[in-house]
Design a protein around this ligand. Structure first.
Ligand code: SF4
Length: 434
């Protein structure tokens, strides 16, 4: 029985009162309460790999330092491009001293690392940090260091951000620094592994779409330009604030589903092809073989996943596009699709592709959601690391959602790998219980 069916049987169950959304006609449950999500500092792990000459200086406590170091692993052979300026109670005594100390750390760091062209001051949640004005610190340091180094600031605080919102905040902080252009161009927004970026670039070139730029760029001195003839394709659904900042600079967001799976990738490329007036026959010629190969790769996992009942806990904001892929291309049955925030602009082309009755929940009240999960007994639960172990202990099969931001999952060539991410834990459990 799906969550929706149990709602119909018991419409007054406390805390389980979805409303039918007027625009999408989908049941949407809004919840607020305790939540279990990593903070925005976590995104530094993939951001620092992407932006090869950027340094992320977390202004935080020892907890922040532990989080970033243990999540990223301690680098022994290379100097890392992230670090933590730790503030203690003593620093609280004099904020002027704390500001001076921060400036001193930044200058020393940049003297030691002349390869750094962008320095991000990343805020966190301890009260010591909240009192420091990192915007002013960035201004001060820019006055001293620009143009050799650009200093930017954003918040990765757990009070304000989830781990994917950390990327959104980092990219948004860069938007004012982007140069202006009037040229027609395609701007792909959201961190992608280099290999995926290269594949998309090749496919778009074959379609005759371009010039193509990526944001963020691999190097700080190659920032893309933006202007009224910039067409945006979003690669990640969680960069809504960045996209709106780019729209405010004149760019236009192309409505498209995300490039997950064969159909998702074709639809994503088609949005740009329509804008560039690509001949439909040429579009098919370029995409057909790629799509067929992706479908063949996915089919290996369809047998295993078809009819499996899946529950998404709200975590990465990737849930809605991934649920669409799993339902439409692998025949998975969706029990509940939780998302930390429902950014309607960013999922406008995805929502209509979900089946009519699927329950979407926005936000989280952990206990209530766990009650629903236990009652529904899904075959697979996609959730954060903090929930996976206890749920495994209760006998549930889980998948860590954070793996989805580290694994190349976009585009035709990764469609089979994406399906495998979900098939693997089910497969393992079936083997163990055989
Ligand atoms: Fe630091 Fe707050 Fe993240 Fe904890 S939740 S690691 S204190 S920013």
């Amino acid at each position: 029985m799906t969550g929706l069916a149990s709602l119909a049987a018991d419409p007054v169950k406390p805390g389980f009162a979805p409303v039918i959304d007027k625009t999408t006609a989908k049941p949407i449950l809004r919840e607020r309460g305790q939540r279990e999500v990593f903070c925005g500092l976590t995104s530094i792990i993939w951001l620092h790999r992407k932006m090869q000459d950027a340094f992320f200086l977390v202004v935080g406590s020892r907890t922040c330092a532990h989080l970033v170091q243990s999540a990223a692993g301690v680098m022994i052979f290379a100097e890392p491009r992230f670090g933590t300026a730790i503030l203690t109670d003593r620093d609280l005594a004099g904020l002027t001293d704390a500001s001076d100390e921060l400036d001193r750390i930044c200058v020393t760091l940049l003297e030691r690392r002349p390869d750094i062209t962008t320095l991000f001051l990343v805020g966190s949640c301890p009260s010591e940090v909240i009192k420091l004005d990192l915007g002013k610190a960035a201004e001060r340091l820019n006055a001293r260091l620009f143009p050799k180094v650009r200093v930017l600031n954003y918040s990765g605080s757990g009070i304000e951000t989830t781990f994917t919102q950390g990327e959104d905040n980092a990219l948004k902080s860069m938007v004012p620094a982007l140069p202006v252009t009037d040229d027609k161009q395609l701007l792909i927004v959201g961190c992608l592994p280099d290999i995926v970026e290269d594949q998309f670039k090749r496919q778009l070139e074959q379609l005759g779409i371009g010039p193509v730029c990526f944001f963020p760029s691999r190097r700080g001195n190659q920032l893309p330009a933006v202007g009224p003839n910039t067409q945006i394709l979003a690669a990640q659904p969680y960069n809504g604030e960045t996209i709106r900042a780019l729209i405010a600079r004149g760019a236009n967001l192309l409505a498209a589903p995300y490039p997950f799976g064969a159909a998702g990738t074709t639809a994503w490329l088609a949005a740009a092809a329509t804008q560039w007036g690509v001949n439909p026959a040429h579009f098919r010629q370029v995409t057909q073989a790629l799509e067929e190969r992706a479908l063949k790769g996915i089919s290996k996992h369809r047998e295993q996943l078809r009819g499996k009942r899946l529950f998404f806990m709200p975590d990465s904001q990737l849930e809605i596009p991934l649920a669409r892929f799993l339902q439409n291309e692998l025949g998975v049955e969706l029990i509940e699709v939780g998302t930390p925030y429902l950014d309607r602009q960013m999922v406008a082309a995805e929502l209509p592709l979900l089946p009519p009755g699927v329950l979407i929940s926005e936000g989280q009240h952990l206990d209530k959601q766990l009650d629903r999960l236990r009652e529904a007994k899904p075959d697979l639960t996609v959730c954060g690391l903090g929930l996976a172990n206890p749920l495994e202990g209760e006998g549930f099969v889980t998948k860590w959602s954070i793996e989805l931001v580290f694994t190349p999952i976009h585009g035709y060539d990764q469609a089979a790998d994406l399906a495998e991410v979900f098939a693997r834990p089910i497969n393992r459990r079936e083997l163990l219980s055989a």
